[in-house]
Design a protein around this ligand. Structure first.
Ligand SMILES: [Zn+2]
Ligand SMILES: [Zn+2]
Length: 77
């Protein structure tokens, strides 16, 4: 399964508290965008499964319709 791929080098990302690409030495944050209005969705954790809520549409979005983007988390050094 290569659900979580590095947007730069397409390596599979590891999870160490955040998504991490060993080749790029970069951490990524997975962000979901609303299929209707393209707003950033809020991730709600419920009973082990994640739901995505759009504050603009004011409704939950089905995970299968959400488009995900990996955004680099900049190192603080
Ligand atoms: Zn990479
Ligand atoms: Zn929306």
């Amino acid at each position: 399964m290569t659900e979580n791929q590095c947007p730069k080098c397409s390596s599979e990302l590891e999870w160490d508290g955040a998504y991490h690409c060993g080749s790029c030495s970069t951490h990524y944050k997975k962000i979901g965008y609303c299929p209707e209005c393209s707003a950033e969705l809020e991730k709600l954790q419920a009973c082990g499964s994640a739901s995505y809520f759009c504050n603009t549409c004011n409704e939950l979005k089905s995970k299968s319709r959400v488009s995900f983007v990996f955004q680099p988390i900049l190192a603080r050094d």
